[in-house]
Unconditional design. Structure first.
Length: 117
């Protein structure tokens, strides 16, 4: 029984990946978009789009479209909080738009309260 060294096992494991990369090199191109680079098939095209505060665009190929929104400032859009996060965060209770101790109601369908006896 022969023993294969750990280097041999790693080479056998990596060989299919290395060969697959070399097979695709001629059919792929490096798309340099200045902010980042990406390897794509030769027949894929970059489409420039107009963004407000970030670099946006699409990379299109047969049957596929990859959209991106790249910003140096990191993830630009926060997801809105869930109802429970909003309640727990108490942002609604900061007192910016109301006076403490006053109950605000709509101007319609309001019945006057009777003072307690």
């Amino acid at each position: 029984m022969s023993h294969i060294s750990s280097k041999g096992i790693r080479l056998l494991f990596c060989l299919p990946f290395m060969l697959s990369c070399s097979w695709f090199n001629d059919d792929w191109k490096l798309l340099d978009l200045h902010s980042f680079s990406i390897s794509v098939p030769q027949n894929w095209k970059y489409k420039k789009l107009q963004g407000e505060d970030s670099f946006i665009g699409q990379i299109n190929g047969p049957g596929v479209s990859l959209a991106f929104d790249f910003s140096d400032m990191g993830y630009a859009g926060d997801l809105p909080p869930t109802e429970q996060q909003y309640i727990n965060g108490r942002d609604w209770d900061k007192g910016f738009f109301y006076k403490p101790g006053i109950t605000y109601t709509a101007n319609f369908n309001v019945k006057k309260e009777k003072p307690p006896k």
